[in-house]
Design a protein around this ligand. Structure first.
Ligand code: 13P
Ligand code: SF4
Length: 302
């Protein structure tokens, strides 16, 4: 394990590569990375890095976002078929048809989407900035894609009318009130932190609703000692690592994104050795998608 870890670090240095890992990745992959974070933090990091190679330990749309913002860099996704069930729920033709129902209404697309869907959108958002992005638009009506739960969450925080695409993250969407009640009964003192991809009735029960990095920040600052975590279970690792004196419990142990677990140390090492698989985005799509991503990055964060 140490040997593999050291080889990866050595190779990354030799090749001027930066390793980015999402907060849901396997513990050893998070440990070997230069940086870990949520989708927004990693996109910003990708846009700022002067590394020649970006090894993106996450899922396809995340590497694609890095390729959109860094056309001069080689963006590698160690496991090419690590996809996102939510991103697969909407394609560009479907979005064009949906937009035709609401002429002139701006489209906010969650970064958990394909490059071609971003290219059809006016602005992107992440779970960390969805409400601010919607409010930044000078429009009484807004379309949000592809996550209905994130859209319903944003709707609670604005008077603008939101029309949403009926997609979701199956891992978050299947978290039920009954499962959360059970976790609450087992840990009555715990603060309930939930990701906005959870269904509205679960968010109603939450004490705080945050992106993955938002939960990490909240847990660090909070005086509470126990937390129930309503998101993919991978987040428990950095939560525990950063807060050894606090306890974290999964809202449901079933919340596992298989695609996020496909990347291993072997996979990262192979990706660095082979300098692939490389993720590329067709230039005309990239230019349009970049406009939506850059517009999002210009929206101030709270
Ligand atoms: P975050 O941007 O909050 O890390 O979420 C990404 C994701 O895929 C959630 O399922
Ligand atoms: Fe996509 Fe859900 Fe997995 Fe996040 S947890 S990558 S939204 S399938």
């Amino acid at each position: 394990m140490d040997d593999k870890f050291n080889k990866i670090r050595q190779l990354a240095k030799e090749k001027k590569a930066i390793i980015l890992a999402h907060n849901y990745q396997l513990p050893e992959v998070q440990d070997v990375a230069d940086l870990t974070g949520d989708s927004l933090a990693l996109s910003i990091e990708a846009s700022k890095t002067d590394a020649k190679i970006i090894v993106f330990c996450g899922v396809h749309f995340m590497a694609e976002t890095a390729a959109i913002v860094c056309p001069d860099k080689k963006v590698i996704l160690p496991v090419e078929d690590a996809g996102c069930a939510m991103a697969d729920m909407l394609n560009a033709a479907q979005l064009r048809e949906f937009k035709a129902k609401y002429p002139g209404v701006p489209v906010v697309t969650y970064v958990n989407s394909t490059a071609e869907v971003k290219a059809e959108s006016d602005i992107c958002c992440t779970s960390a900035n969805a409400v601010q992005v919607v409010k930044s638009l000078d429009s009484k009506e807004v379309i949000m894609t592809p996550d209905r739960n994130l859209a319903k969450w944003a709707q609670r925080h604005t008077d603008q009318k939101i029309y949403y695409w009926d997609g979701c993250c199956p891992i978050h969407d299947e978290l039920t009130v009954a499962k959360v009640k059970k976790a609450r009964q087992e840990h009555p003192q715990a603060v309930l932190m939930a990701h906005p991809e959870c269904p509205p009735e679960v968010l109603d029960m939450a004490d705080v609703v945050r992106s993955t990095s938002g939960m990490l920040a909240y847990a660090k600052e909070s005086d509470a000692k126990e937390f129930i975590v309503a998101t993919e279970v991978g987040l428990l690792y950095p939560l525990k690592k950063q807060n050894p004196d606090k306890e974290f419990y999964a809202a449901s142990p079933e919340m596992i994104c298989d695609n996020m677990k496909k990347t291993t140390l072997d996979g990262v090492l192979r990706a660095l050795e082979d300098e692939g698989p490389v993720i590329e985005v067709e230039e005309d799509i990239r230019i349009e998608a970049l406009k939506a991503v850059e517009r999002m990055m210009a929206v101030p964060r709270d």
